[in-house]
Ligand binder design. Structure first.
Ligand code: NAG
Ligand code: NAG
Length: 318
């Protein structure tokens, strides 16, 4: 190979990897804020109440479409009053929220861009939900959560990675917990504490929600968490944006940042026996596939993780 060819080939590879990198970046950009319409927070009775949501047809979700008949109930659960994690009511003396910004240690900025304020109340960036007030959510405007997606390849006893019989692709599994409120399987996430680092929230929630369901004494658990420290320090950000959550209202909604913690070799967290399929235990490894049912927008997030891990796998990284 002469020098010109070599340089040409090298440049070709460079351009190709540039294009691939750019495509990946574009892909990741488009998965941020991917939710453009909500379903789970429309219609029916608001959770833990007897308050009915005003019907909102698909074409009336957006604030920009006129809906003259719209007369939603106003509901803020009395149970959240005075809670340390909850805001006071709007208009209460001394409560001067800084919308669309960091407000002291409380993040009132949205991943969805600037949200509007109408009559002193923040407006859901996706649109109408059939109910005003905060419902059971603590914050007016965005309520920030962090969700850990902990994954491993499914393996046979001998360590070999199990392939899906239909498409011959390796099977990825993630940890899900059973939610106490709805009984649905969900990512073991939780609310971000004011001032807390987001990836730390994700790791803490995994520990609190998933590890605590394990039948284990504290003496056994503490060294295990010590062993997992490095693993949980290296998460990949997968999604940040709105969550179609059944608790959302016109003035308060869930947003999340999701991190993937992938145990490629299955030697750390992947080695945890989480009683797969055992409903009573409330935590398990599940196979990720398009037919799985998960809480809120968690399935969409998990499918993004699946695509990412599979791409890494098929690029010969294993
Ligand atoms: C909604 O109800 C609360 C009391 O729960 C009240 O303080 C508030 O003014 C009401 N909001 C509207 C827009 O009517
Ligand atoms: C990608 O593959 C490499 C090499 O096998 C592995 O070390 C890494 O954990 C994988 N990362 C993800 C996110 O799958």
């Amino acid at each position: 190979m002469n020098e010109i060819m070599r340089v040409g080939l090298f440049a070709g590879i460079q351009i190709r990897s540039f294009i691939i990198t750019t495509l990946c970046v574009l892909m990741i950009r488009s998965i941020v804020n991917m939710i453009t319409v909500h379903f789970k927070c429309r219609g029916g009775i608001y959770p833990r109440s007897n308050v009915e949501r005003f019907p909102v047809p698909d074409d009336k979700v957006s604030w920009s479409s006129e809906y003259k008949e719209y007369l939603p109930n106003n509901h803020t659960a009395s149970s959240i009053r005075g809670q340390p994690w909850a805001d006071p009511n709007i208009g209460e003396p001394g409560f001067n929220p800084q919308w669309n910004a960091m407000d002291g240690k409380v993040n009132r900025a949205s991943y969805m861009g600037q949200y509007s304020i109408k009559g002193g109340y923040p407006l859901n960036p996706i649109g109408r939900t059939g109910i005003t007030g905060r419902g059971v959510l603590g914050r007016w405007g965005p309520n920030h959560a962090a969700d850990p997606v902990v994954t491993r390849w499914k393996r046979f006893e001998n360590g070999e990675i199990e392939k899906d019989k239909l498409n011959n692709k390796p099977i990825l599994q993630c940890v899900v917990i059973k939610r106490r409120d709805t009984g649905e399987w969900a990512l073991p996430g939780g609310m971000v504490d004011p001032g807390e680092k987001l990836s730390a929230t994700a790791a803490r929630e995994f520990q609190e929600e998933a590890m605590n369901s394990l039948v284990m004494t504290d003496d056994q658990k503490v060294p295990l968490m010590e062993k997992f420290k490095k693993f949980f320090s290296e998460g990949d950000e997968i999604y940040q944006g709105y969550i179609d959550d059944h608790r959302n209202t016109d003035n308060a909604w869930m947003e999340s940042i999701a991190y993937n913690f992938h145990d490629n070799s299955g030697s750390t967290v992947g080695a945890l026996k989480l009683h797969a399929g055992d409903d009573a235990v409330g935590v398990q490894w599940v196979d990720i596939n398009p037919d799985m049912k998960l809480y809120a927008s968690h399935k969409e997030i998990v499918m993004l993780v699946y695509q990412k891990c599979l791409a890494n796998f098929s690029h010969g990284n294993n």
